[in-house]
Design a protein around this ligand. Sequence first.
Ligand code: HEM
Length: 343
Amino acid sequence: MADARTMQCLLAVSLLFLVAHAHAQLSTTFYSRSCPSLETTVWEVMKQAVVKEQRVGASLLRLFFHDCFVQGCDGSILLDAAGGEKSAGPNANSLRGFDVIDTIKARMEAKCPGVVSCADILALAARDGTVLVRPCQRSPTLPVCFATLVNLMFLRPYQLRGPTWKVPLGRRDSTTASQSLANANLPSSGSSLSTLISTFASKGLSATDMTALSGAHTIGLARCSTFRDHVYNDANINSSFAARRRKTCQRSGGDSHLAPMDVHSSRVFDNSYYQNLMARRGLLHSDQELFNGGSQDALVRQYSANPALFRKDFVTAMIKMGNINPLTGTAGQIRKNCRVVNR
Ligand code: HEM
C-alpha cells in the first residue's frame, strides 16, 4: 500500500515537473491562436525595410545575437533607459535596426494588443533579415539588377537568399537591462580563439555553434575601428587584402569608415566567409582566429567546401542561440513599447 502511494506521489511530482518544464519551452505555434498575423506582418515590414536599406537585414541579425548573449533573449537590448545595454562598448554607435522593431511592434499592438513580446519580434526579424538578404537593390533606372543576373549564372536561386527556419516563440520581455553584463558577455573583434570558444560555451553553445554562427559575417559591414589593429598589426593576413583595407581605414581618424565583412560577396548569404578565412582575408582579428592553425581549422575547411552543411549548422545554432534563458510563463512582461518598461 505504502509502495503504491509512493509511486503515485512520484508520478504526480514527475507530472508537475513535466508541466512546469513544458511551460518553460518555446514553441513555433505559440501565437497561432492569439496573434495569427504576426509572422506575415514581420515579413512585410522587413521586406519594406530591406528594400529601403539593404544592410538592415544584417543589422537585425546582429541585434538578436547581442540581445541573447546578455541576460538571455529577453529584448533587454531594446530598452532605451540610461545605463542600459545600448551604450555598452560593443553596442554604442554600432547596433542598428531599432526603428524597424518599433514599426513592427506598433503594428502588432494595433492588431493584437499586449500579446507579442519584443523579444519574439526580434527573433523573427533576425530570421527574416537572413532570408531577405539580396545581392543588390533594384535601381529605379534599371529594370533588372545586374548583380542578380550575374549571381544567377553561378549560384542556384536558393543560394541567393539566406537559410530559413521555424522560429520557436513564447519569450517575454525583461524589465531590466545590464550595461555591465553587455560589456562582460559580448565577444570583441580582438578576441582570441580560446576566448571565443569560452564566451560561447558560457552560453551553452559549442565551438561548432560558434564557428557556424560566425558565418553571419558573410553579410553586413564593419567600422574601421573594429579591424584597424588586424590590418595594420597582424601577421596572419593576406598582404594585398590588408593593403586594400588600409586605403579606407587610416592609422588614425576615420573610425567609422565602413568595409564589407565578406570581401567577396557581403550581399549574399553564402559560405564565402570561410573561403576568405582560408585565404587569410578575414576582416576582424576574431574572424581570422577561426582559421589560424587551431581547433576550428578543419570545420572552416568543411564549411568552405560544403555550403549546405554550413546552412544546416547555422540554422541549428541560431535556434540554440534563440533558446538562451528566455523569460516564459509569467516572468517578465509584454512591453507595449520595446524601448521602455511598462508602468
Ligand atoms: C564570434 C564572435 C563575434 C564577434 C567578435 C563579432 C564582432 C563583430 C563586429 C566587431 C562587427 C562590426 C561592428 C561595427 O563595426 O559596428 C560585427 C558585425 C556583424 N556581426 Fe558579429 N561578431 C561575432 C559573432 C556574430 C554572431 C554570432 C552573429 C549573428 C549570428 C553576428 C552577426 C554580425 C553581423 C550580421 C554584422 C554586420 C552588422 C551590420 O552590417 O550592421 N556576429 N560583428
